[in-house]
Design a binder for this molecule. Structure first.
Ligand code: ADP
Ligand code: SF4
Length: 690
């Protein structure tokens, strides 16, 4: 692809040369030091897929930078070198460079595992751990500063020993000592590390100089700097202190990796930020240095990448999420298959497992995190074991993924759906405010299926059990989805809401029907949204209703609106948006009763009741799996008219789109295999007992 040639130019980074401009920036993954083989396999597949540089996540350099309970990288001593070497070997096997993000987290580490005293520029409450840990840092003494410099230097030497090509000095996301020293909000020291900007830059400068001195002839030294905290004058700004910082250090590192801070701004979801959203903040950096610059912005379009290079914004296209959704993205561009990129939808389900200390996963890429333990590859799948034809009923994310992956395996597949448009819940939910990019889940699968001769699609085909059997199907995957419960039952009380059958009470499905039809059936002004689901739906409907001019109150048993979106880094943004739209949030209450024109709420804390006026109520509770077809087909499996029958996705257990895609993929992988229900279905990493 001549147009994209520029993306495949090598880029010199200090003593190293990156083979192209595709740069997987550091990203967390929940594998880290606990699951080094899984980590190596995941990173290796990215190198295989053409990422010219593949980096670690943040890697703790010392037990005073203990990020537990989060599972990050660890390089505390020589014993940690072999685990990391697994990754560098996997990356080098494909000719890519390996980068390591050395981290002393300062006041972001509560040291809950090591039990050592946290340290920071001053004594203040630690930011890490659960976020509100009842512990403060010790204000770093001169001796502490000398210690951290030595630990960083030692870690750099060990990183070289582990085979890394690029060693980071990390001053971004507010997560590390060098950035905390830069920050006026955390650094009020009166010694030569505080006060003037030159003083506040001193520690970062020393860390860079130490690292260059220790490994600079063998390894490139990168700086990762937050050039805007999006806090206005309270924080570092791109047109304020960041310009001065880059100016002061311009030629010192071999590479500038620049972004906005904190993590929720850097990894903004597609609901809140478009592709390339960081460009206005990072564009200035190249004008101040001759060293290569890498930055991110959820780039999935090769045209946007080429444009960022040609406009002189970036030398290297940084990516975390686009490389998670499609580890083979660069290779697809190089081979003229850019239309086959599995584009990130910007949902942050990959982020959500990091705070849970669990292996990474991805809505779009069901193989992410499963490379080692299940032996899955994002671009390769085992050839079919039999010549069986498969019928898939339901064309939502689960059914589409099952049909696609079965088709890849070589099976003939018929996929049928009652609706005239395929895509199931995603086709509908993508109409909600800000979720247009979620449609990529459907678009990519339909595109892939379109290339497979053996997969036939039959929309507008509602199927009964008789229809399935008469069509001659012998192997059936049922992916018939779920519907929101009409009675508002959710986890808070475990029972229906009194009065749910009254006029004006509806479910998310009713409002989605309206969106699909381009109509709006709610005529009254005052709407109560009752959210006992806690992911995005309740908040999204409140937003939608407010945008349609309704007066909206969101009531929820949780302490916060859209509580679970804390894990996707969206909760504060959602609540701020609801406030801006005039939505009132009433937390920690259940709906005790719905009346003709009021609802009664009950506090989950003390049972206190209150009345709210209503014209409409939207009940966002549990969903009811649609299992009629599966139930009606089950006897046919027992009496031998079917060879196999499998229920997948929301029809099996309602959940995230990511759960449905994974379930569809798993069904396809396991089709025709003898799966032992008593065996653990994946490998686990075990370490020798001391
Ligand atoms: P999932 O998330 O598990 O993929 P969805 O709810 O997105 O589930 O999709 C389920 C799809 O199944 C919907 O598009 C729905 O129209 C379709 N469906 C449900 N029952 C039948 C049926 N009996 N025959 C054909 N299609 C059905
Ligand atoms: Fe993108 Fe969502 Fe996958 Fe993360 S989980 S890489 S945001 S599609």
């Amino acid at each position: 692809m001549a147009d994209y040639d520029v993306l495949f130019e090598p880029v010199r980074i200090g003593p190293k040369v990156a083979p192209n401009r595709f740069y997987q920036v550091p990203h967390c993954n929940g594998l880290g030091h606990l699951r080094p083989a899984a980590l190596a396999a995941m990173r290796g597949i990215k190198a295989e897929g053409g990422w010219g540089v593949v980096c670690t996540e943040e890697v703790e350099i010392h037990p005073t930078s203990d990020l537990s309970p989060y599972v990050e990288g660890r390089l505390w001593d020589d014993a940690d070198v072999p685990g990391l070497r697994l990754m560098t070997d996997a990356v080098h096997e494909h000719g890519s460079l390996a980068g390591i993000e050395l981290t002393h987290a300062g006041l972001d580490s509560a040291n809950d595992y090591s039990r050592l005293t946290p340290i920071g520029p001053r004594s203040e409450g630690v930011l890490g751990g659960g976020g509100y840990e009842p512990r403060q840092t010790r204000a770093m003494t001169k001796r502490d500063i000398a210690d951290v410099r030595r630990w960083h230097r030692n870690a750099a030497v060990r990183a070289r020993e582990a085979g890394f090509d690029i060693v980071y000095c990390y001053a971004a996301h507010g997560l590390t000592l060098p950035m905390q020293m830069l920050s006026r909000r955390h650094n009020d020291r009166t010694d030569d590390y505080g006060g003037s900007l030159v003083n506040r830059v001193r520690f970062l400068r020393e860390i860079i100089e130490d690292t260059k001195d220790a490994v600079g002839d063998d390894c490139a030294v990168a700086v990762r700097l937050a050039v805007d905290e999006l806090l206005g004058p309270e924080g570092i700004t791109h047109d304020g202190e960041a310009t001065e910082i880059v100016g002061l250090l311009a030629e010192l590192p071999d590479l500038w990796d620049v972004n906005v801070s904190g993590w929720s701004n850097d990894s903004a979801t597609s609901r809140f930020a478009p592709e390339g959203h960081q460009e206005p903040y990072i564009a200035f950096v190249k004008s101040l240095t001759t060293k290569p610059v890498v930055g991110v912005g959820r780039y999935t379009s090769p045209d946007s990448m080429v444009s960022a290079v040609r406009r002189g914004v970036l030398d290297l296209i940084g990516a975390a999420r686009p490389s998670i959704a499609d580890p083979h993205l660069p290779r697809k561009i190089r081979e003229g298959r850019a239309d086959r990129i599995r584009e990130c939808i910007g949902c942050n389900i990959c982020v959500a497992t990091d705070p849970k200390s669990l292996p990474i996963r991805c809505t779009q890429n069901p193989t992410m995190g499963e490379e080692w333990r299940r032996g899955w590859h994002p671009e390769r799948i085992e050839v079919r074991r039999s010549t069986a034809d498969v019928m898939v009923v339901g064309g939502g994310p689960a059914g589409l993924e099952a049909a696609r992956a079965l088709g890849e395996r070589g099976h003939r597949v018929r996929l049928l759906d009652a609706r005239s448009r395929l895509g199931g819940r995603v086709d509908r939910e993508a109409l909600l405010p800000g979720l247009a990019a979620w449609r990529r889940v459907v678009d990519w699968r339909l595109g892939e299926i379109g290339r497979l001769d053996g997969v036939e699609l039959y929309p507008a085909s509602a199927m009964s059990a008789d229809d399935v059997l008469q069509a001659g199907a012998r192997d059936v995957v049922v992916a018939t989805g779920a519907l929101w419960r009409r009675d508002g039952r959710g986890r808070a009380t475990g029972r229906s809401v009194d009065g749910y059958g009254l006029d004006g009470v509806c479910t998310p499905d009713d409002l989605l029907d309206d969106l699909v039809a381009g109509t709006w059936s709610l005529t009254g002004e005052r709407v109560i949204v009752y959210d006992d689901d806690h992911y995005v739906m309740g908040g999204l409907l409140a937003e939608l209703l407010a945008r349609h001019g309704h007066q909206v109150v969101l009531v929820t048993p949780a302490p916060l609106a859209s509580y679970w979106t804390q894990y996707t880094l969206e909760q504060e943004l959602i609540e701020a948006r609801l406030r801006a739209l005039g939505v009132r949030v009433v937390p920690r209450v259940v709906l005790a009763r719905i009346g003709i024109d009021t609802v009664v709420t009950e506090s989950v804390l003390d049972g206190e009741r209150a009345e709210l006026a209503r014209d409409h109520v939207v009940l966002v509770g549990d969903r009811a799996p649609v299992t009629t077809l599966y139930d009606d087909l089950t006897p046919a499996l027992t009496d031998g008219r079917l060879d196999s029958l499998r229920l997948v996705g929301d029809a099996d257990a309602p959940g995230l789109i990511a759960h449905a895609v994974f379930a569809g993929h798993l069904a396809a992988r396991e089709f025709g295999a003898d799966v032992d229900p008593d065996a653990v279905p994946f490998r686990r990493e075990r370490f020798a007992l001391p």
